[in-house]
Design a protein around this ligand. Structure first.
Ligand SMILES: C=CC1=C(C)c2cc3[nH]c(cc4nc(cc5[nH]c(cc1n2)c(C)c5CCC(=O)O)C(CCC(=O)O)=C4C)c(C)c3C=C
Ligand SMILES: [Fe+2]
Length: 422
């Protein structure tokens, strides 16, 4: 696709019943996830007399190119697919470079709402880009397979074992990782099939996980999402508006950070499939559930009072002299001030894979967190949680991955080019 195929962020894919601009508003999200501008969505005419505006959910596009890859600070999407690939036997650096080039070209088209040509499956025809993002990462084993060991970041050293781990190695790690997110299930599935197809003979799927979040527009106003335990989840995430946000989440883009230069502007993703033991959790009273987290279930406010955005008062004691937010409350022990400032951007999807052999729901959180260095993000916090989190009896970590996600591709570049052509 040439850039001239998109005018002001307007995809040319056929839009449902759109026979012209017709006042439809297409929202273009900036790389930081904020609304960067509006464009009228146009279609090539679907033959329907009753031209309808494409809903804003469909017409929102997240730019593929940028300093950072999309899908990190992008607002949570309603659908997600996480796929890890291993390079095929005999595939090395040359094949990996060609693969990343193909994947990037496909992602650039799809995120702009463009069809993929003759081989397109047609699954996303009629839909706009629907906030599709496709994010690519490299696992530790990638570097040995491609002869790029010298370029392997120390930050990809294996995560420590945690005492509560129940990890399935077949559903963990992988040479390559792709995170797909979109606000439409068909658009997300279309991207998944395309990425799989473009892998060709070069790489094989190692594992795949499918997730979801609340659909945009389901609540009266945009709100922090809820997880499958019913908690408001994501409140105390670092905010892009905070002065230290970039330093915490991204490897410095100017190359001044530790580690290899190709990771400038990149980030490290820790992925954990965390099963929720919902049958046990749902036996707790609401009050007991709130004690486990230290926040109210109704609105996510700390138990010490106020609203969702009020800072918890970790010193406050109740009439019995005990802390209102218990010593083992999840929100207390995961807070940066309890962990030497360790912070991460949590950007999860929920999952539900039916009923497990024991008759309990196979459901939980595809926990994805982003940080400039896992040793100053996920690792110290998970160590602390592992030692005494009130939530631990109700969750089980079943799979794990750690991936180096390079900075965004510049125009004309593919993701990972600075590594693969170094
Ligand atoms: C190692 C990191 C973390 C894991 C693993 C984790 C699992 C997990 N968390 C919830 C639910 C909530 N977590 C909340 C806050 C919170 N959690 C972490 C880290 C991990 N959570 C952090 C750093 C924080 C923020 C702490 C703070 O600064 O206050 C909350 C409260 C609301 C919020 O801030 O998001 C909930 C609810 C589940 C269900 C879960 C595993 C399934
Ligand atoms: Fe948490």
């Amino acid at each position: 696709m040439s850039d001239s195929d998109i005018d002001n962020g307007i995809p040319r894919r056929r839009l449902l019943g759109a026979a012209g601009a017709a006042g439809a508003a297409g929202l273009v999200l900036g790389a930081g996830g904020g609304a960067a501008g509006y464009a009228a969505a146009s279609g090539s005419g679907g033959g329907h007399g009753d031209a309808k505006a494409l809903a804003s959910v469909g017409s929102t596009a997240v730019p593929f190119h940028g300093e950072h890859q999309a899908g990190i600070t992008t607002p949570l999407q309603a659908r997600g697919h996480l796929v890890a690939f291993d390079l095929a036997p005999g595939a090395g650096r040359k094949e990996a470079a060609a693969l990343l080039r193909r994947w990037s070209a496909a992602a650039r088209k799809m995120t702009a709402g463009e069809p993929l040509g003759d081989a397109d499956t047609g699954v996303a025809l009629d839909a706009g880009p629907s906030s599709l993002t496709v994010t690519f990462g490299f696992g530790r084993t990638f570097f040995g397979r491609t002869g790029l060991e010298k370029q392997r970041p120390a930050a990809l050293d294996p995560l420590p074992d945690f005492s509560s781990d129940h990890l399935d190695a077949r559903r963990s790690n992988g040479d390559l990782w792709v995170q797909i997110g979109a606000d439409d299930a068909l658009v997300a599935f279309h991207a998944l099939r395309a990425i799989r197809k473009e892998a060709g003979e070069a790489a094989r799927v190692r594992w795949q996980m499918d997730g979801f979040n609340r659909s945009p527009g389901a609540t009266a106003q945009p709100m922090t999402t809820r997880n499958l335990m019913g908690q408001v989840d994501g409140t105390n995430n670092p905010k892009p508006s905070e002065a230290d946000f970039d330093r915490r989440i991204f490897v410095p883009a100017d190359g001044s950070g530790e580690g290899p230069g190709w990771m400038a502007g990149g980030s490290y993703a820790v992925v954990r499939r965390i099963r929720m033991l919902l049958d046990d959790w749902e036996k707790l009273t609401r009050g007991d559930q709130e004690k486990v987290i230290g926040r109210r279930k109704s609105d996510g406010a700390p138990l010490t009072g106020g609203s969702e955005t009020t800072d918890p008062d970790l010193e406050k004691a109740g009439p019995d002299g005990r802390p209102v937010i218990a010593a083992d409350a999840h929100a207390r022990i995961s807070a940066p001030e309890q962990n030497g400032g360790a912070a991460m951007l949590r950007r999860p999807f929920s999952y539900h894979d039916g009923i497990a052999a024991d008759g309990t729901p196979d459901a939980g959180l595809l926990f994805i967190c982003w940080q400039a260095d896992p040793l100053r993000g996920f690792v110290p916090v998970q160590r602390k949680l592992d030692r005494g989190d009130a939530l631990s009896p109700f969750v089980r970590h079943e799979a794990s991955g750690l991936f180096a996600v390079p900075g965004g591709a510049r125009d004309g570049e593919y993701v990972g080019q600075r590594l693969l052509e170094s």
